[in-house]
Design a binder for this molecule. Sequence first.
Ligand SMILES: Nc1ncnc2c1ncn2[C@@H]1O[C@H](COP(=O)(O)OP(=O)(O)OP(=O)(O)O)[C@@H](O)[C@H]1O
Ligand SMILES: Cc1ncc(CO)c(N)n1
Length: 265
Amino acid sequence: MIPNVLTIAGTDPSGGAGVQADLKAFSANGAYGMSVLTALVAQTTTGVSEVHEIPPEFVTSQLVTLLDDVRVDAVKIGMLANAEVIRAVIGALDRYAPPFVVLDPVMVAKSGDRLLAPEAVSALRDELLPRVDLITPNLPEAADLLGEAEIEDPAGMPGQADRLAGLGAKHVLLKGGHLRGESSVDLLYGDGISEFLSSERVDTTNDHGTGCTLSAAIAALRPQRPDWISAVREAKDYLTEALRASARLDVGRGHGPVHHFHRWW
Ligand SMILES: Nc1ncnc2c1ncn2[C@@H]1O[C@H](COP(=O)(O)OP(=O)(O)OP(=O)(O)O)[C@@H](O)[C@H]1O
Ligand SMILES: Cc1ncc(CO)c(N)n1
């Protein structure tokens, strides 16, 4: 059976990040994709020009309307914009208890624009994080959640992942994409697992939406795989191939998107 996978996130008209990237990654990884919008974002490969936040009551309305009808096998949560939207999402998670929940704690776009109000970080950390199965922070997000300095060496990753797990997420995928070096190293941690996942660093500036793509591919694959480690490994391989395939795209003048190729077509 094809899994039904939901993204709760903001938009990107250029199709590289947010809901648009998530839906492409769901399809490419064998899932049926659905979306609930938290914010309309005027953005492209060069940055964000405006954010229109969806009223929290309407986020709830979208979630209840959908979840009263459709069985959801996994959820990916991306941009949440503010604390009221975070609480609307928590309300739906508590009511419908989807089997797998992946949280990409989106805070700042690659362009440096904020996608989560600074005062909402504590709601995300204290109220939402304990309810998710996997959190996928990059290094700046991990530092922000822990109130620590950003680490600059992979040797510091297990300690930070352990402290993030201490905040309540069952698993942590700490992404080292912001570190320089020959390879791009992430750490999957929690529930008895501590495994570095390394992939060849692709020499490209088409890295808009890499975090969205990875977390969405994990959510799509998890219901189809026996455990987190297999889903995460395969999603990372998919992302590396999508980064390579981005060489075939000509989209925008800034950080271009990755290309969501379909493996089975
Ligand atoms: N040039 C690259 N080559 C290979 N893998 C990469 C490259 N850049 C990032 N990655 C991988 O992409 C994933 C996302 O990492 P990153 O830390 O850049 O996320 P992010 O900052 O949340 O992304 P974004 O904000 O653009 O969505 C990680 O698995 C990371 O290792
Ligand atoms: C809507 C949205 N979510 C996440 C990101 C992170 O890159 C982005 N740029 N836009």
